[in-house]
Design a binder for this molecule. Structure first.
Ligand code: LR7
Ligand code: MN
Length: 538
């Protein structure tokens, strides 16, 4: 009996050790600074994980960057810290990677046999940048030169939005003139913000098609052909690639799933599931997919159409809102917008925006107000319902944009919702959630859960739990010692960005500042409309 009991104990110890390893790797995350935290990070953005088989990704591609981030000496340490401070990504790694590095071809396998017309319009690629990292900016440009057939690349236009970092001054002039023959560098003489900077870039362009990209991208194999083919012969189409993820910490290039653009009533862009009816056969994964909106940074559009349609609202400052504005405008004024799944461009997603705004912190509210006043008709009330404080904010004069809408004889916002975005639901007027379903629309009852995890406090061993019961619709929240076995501490993160305790009630942000209280979180019935129930990872 004795040896048996010993080996039994030994077995238990081994099993527990293995179990701890599993917990460690599944739930703990290693932070930028080397510390660990309990939450899975945005780096493992599982809502951006592929839903279908990735092809062409070599098995070693996941590991080949593991050595490259090592901090070997104090200079490395400084570079790393400065990089995170200035750009919110790991510049140390970027600097060690080639401008011409290979990236995995993550397209659906059917894309490989896709054929494109021999004659396609050529493109002016416009890239605006403000204080971008040297190696990241140049890798963006080189990836375009390396992976775009020269007949299709009319030129690259770099618009410097009044950066003040040294390497972007003479050093960049010299690099462009020595190494980048097809590239024009335009310098703004004051900070315009990305919206006016793009308009300035478009004014310097002479190609038939405009392609806009952010300054921290890498284009993938045959990225431009699907976009140009889609626009060719039908100039009122706007073409958007799938935006893959370049990891801000490791610079790994990771495939994104096929999702499309939506928005919530606070006028924030969100990723939506593609309705199942559009994805029945394998071929559906490579065909153009109608999208109500786009993320904003990466798209192709006929240049004349861009101008005729009113370019951008140049009354918008710095960042935000222009992506929904141009999406509404395209659809409401007779155009269309599609995602071309065989076109893939990687983009560095960051946890924070590393720059401020010279005209005030909150340009997103001003810009969103301009969108709402010009394009949303009576639906503007839902915007104010969600963004309660916005109606006191300044948004300038929008009369010229209203005149543009008249001149182009655009459709109503109701038309847009009915015809382009019937999946959108309206927020409720009633307190405490509930939904008004629009006509035939079904509300997704069982949203996809991205992950289940404890919400752990950063510097303690406490976890967020309901102070009453997880089934109590008005329960406040409190911190209690984490217990990995306690189901009542498990939050389900859903695709739309809601956090549901045990998958039932939603983490809600109650802004009762009108009543003199500071905002606080509580549990509420899930309303599926983003806003106060949409959470993102910082
Ligand atoms: O004042 C500025 N001037 C600029 O030239 C501020 C920024 N910029 C440049 C900047 O260097 C970058 O190249 O403009 C580009 C976009 O700025 P980011 O990278 O800070 O924006 P983002 O990627 O966080 O934001 C997304 O939404 C923005 C709303 O205004 C723009 O439309 C971005 O282009 C857009 N990016 C994408 O769509 C990539 C996918 C991200 C998602 C979702
Ligand atoms: Mn960006």
């Amino acid at each position: 009996m004795k040896p048996l009991r010993r080996s039994f104990c030994f077995g238990i110890i081994v099993a527990s050790f293995l179990w701890l390893c599993v917990i460690y790797f599944v739930l703990w995350d290693i932070e930028e600074d080397g510390s660990t935290r309990w939450l899975p990070s945005s780096r493992r953005r599982s809502h951006l994980k592929p839903r279908y088989q990735i092809t062409g990704l070599p098995p070693s591609a996941k590991d080949d960057l593991s050595e490259i981030g090592l901090v070997r000496n104090p200079q490395d340490q400084v570079k790393r810290e400065q990089g995170y401070k200035l750009y919110a990504f790991n510049e140390l790694i970027s600097d060690r990677l080639s401008f011409h590095r290979p990236i995995p071809d993550v397209r659906h396998q059917l894309c490989q046999s896709e054929e494109y017309p021999a004659e396609l319009p050529s493109a002016s690629v416009v890239i605006c940048f403000y204080n971008e990292a040297w190696s990241v900016l140049l890798r963006t440009v080189h990836s375009i030169i390396d992976r775009t057939p020269s007949a299709l690349l009319h030129e690259i236009i770099l618009v410097d939005d009044f950066s003040d970092l040294d390497h972007l001054a003479e050093q960049l002039d010299a690099y462009v003139s020595e190494h980048l023959p097809q590239t024009k560098l335009v310098r703004n003489t004051r900070r315009e913000g990305l919206i006016r900077a793009r308009v300035i870039g478009s004014e310097h362009a002479t190609g038939e098609v405009l392609v806009f990209l952010d300054s921290h991208c890498e284009v993938n194999v045959e990225w431009i052909q699907p976009l140009l083919s889609h626009i060719h012969g039908n100039h009122k189409r706007v073409a958007v690639p799938i935006i893959d993820i370049i990891d801000q910490d490791t610079f790994r290039y990771e495939s994104s799933p096929l999702v499309r653009g939506g928005f919530n009533w606070g006028l924030f862009y969100r990723w939506d599931q593609i309705p199942e009816s559009l994805l029945r056969k394998q071929e559906d994964y490579v065909k153009p997919i109608k999208t109500p909106t786009m993320a904003g940074g990466l798209f192709a559009m006929n240049r004349k159409y861009f101008n005729d349609l009113g370019r951008y609202d140049t009354g918008m400052d710095v960042w935000g809102g222009e992506n929904l504005e141009i999406s509404f405008r395209v659809w409401q004024c007779g155009g269309s917008m599609h995602i071309l799944p065989c076109s893939r461009v990687g983009h560095i997603f960051r946890k924070r925006r590393p720059y401020g705004s010279p005209v005030g912190v909150d340009t997103i509210t001003k810009n969103s107000l301009r969108v709402a006043h010009v394009w949303m008709d009576e639906y503007i009330k839902y915007f104010f319902q969600v963004r309660k404080t916005a109606d006191h904010a300044e948004y300038g004069d929008v009369s010229d944009r209203k005149a543009l809408r008249n001149e182009l004889q655009c459709q109503s916002f109701k038309w847009f919702l009915d015809n382009v975005y019937p999946e959108q639901t309206l927020p409720s007027d009633k307190e405490g959630g509930g939904l008004i379903a629009k006509g035939h629309n079904l509300i997704k009852k069982d949203p996809e859960v991205i992950r289940k995890a404890h919400l752990k406090h950063f510097s303690s061993t406490l976890c967020v739990v309901a102070s009453r019961s997880p089934y109590d619709k008005k329960s406040l929240l409190e911190l209690k010692p984490c217990n990995p076995n306690n189901k009542q501490q498990v939050w389900h993160e859903t695709f739309e960005g809601s956090m549901r305790l045990m998958g039932v009630l939603c983490l809600d942000f109650v802004d009762d500042s009108g009543g003199g209280n500071s905002p606080y979180p509580m549990l509420s019935k899930c309303h599926f409309s983003g806003g106060s129930q949409q959470w993102s990872w910082l």
